[in-house]
Design a protein around this ligand. Structure first.
Ligand code: GTP
Ligand code: MG
Length: 171
């Protein structure tokens, strides 16, 4: 369970509510240029990570860059909440269009923990209730994720499991 053997050429979706630790996990296990974060692209196109009406432009740009990387055969990690099936479908379609394996690493943490982390960081312009709703949406749709087209779905369900996880690349 703690071992995540990633295909060397994969599109890796980090899936989880805000404050679930996606960006922390990405920084720990992947190189800086391997990770495309929706917050970063929102900042690039609008000047701030938090411009919510910049979502469309941010994701267009993120997908454009992801496609360029996949064309080159570069493993690419998508750091965005992706708690909704429609959001994940776009990622699966992108991977398929480039003959790359779509895989998902899901950070499925208790709602209370997410809300506590959210309050503690205080740098997100939305309420803890929003984070709770993201987690509820993830839980509601998690069981069906295997059928969404991901080749593997690894689910980490506690901070201990997240801490213990180690990622390798298999040819
Ligand atoms: P968004 O970018 O808002 O979607 O959140 P995120 O999923 O990227 O979460 P992020 O990695 O920014 O972590 C959120 C908060 O939780 C930060 O304050 C982190 O320091 C903390 N955090 C993340 N991962 C861990 C962890 O494994 N253990 C502990 N104790 N704290 C963590
Ligand atoms: Mg983040």
């Amino acid at each position: 369970q703690p071992h995540i053997p990633l295909p060397e050429l994969a599109l890796v979706a980090l899936v989880g509510a805000s404050s679930s630790g996606k960006s922390t996990f990405a920084a720990r296990h992947f190189g800086p240029h391997e990770v495309l974060s929706s917050d970063h692209f929102r900042a690039l196109v609008s000047g701030s990570e938090h411009t919510l009406d910049a979502n469309a432009a941010a994701f267009d740009s993120l997908f454009y860059v992801a496609a360029k990387r996949l064309e080159r055969g570069l493993l690419t990690v998508i750091d965005a909440t992706s708690v909704r099936p429609d959001d994940r479908r776009r990622l699966v379609d992108l991977a398929r269009a480039h003959d790359v394996l779509p895989v998902a690493i899901v950070l499925d943490l208790p709602r209370g923990l997410l809300e506590a982390r959210h309050e503690a960081r205080g740098d997100r312009p939305f309420s803890a209730a929003v984070v709770g709703r993201q987690q509820t949406e993830l839980r509601r749709t998690l069981r069906g994720m295997g059928k969404e087209g991901f080749r593997h779905v690894w689910t980490l369900r506690s901070p201990e499991e997240v801490e213990a996880a180690w990622v390798t690349r298999v040819p």
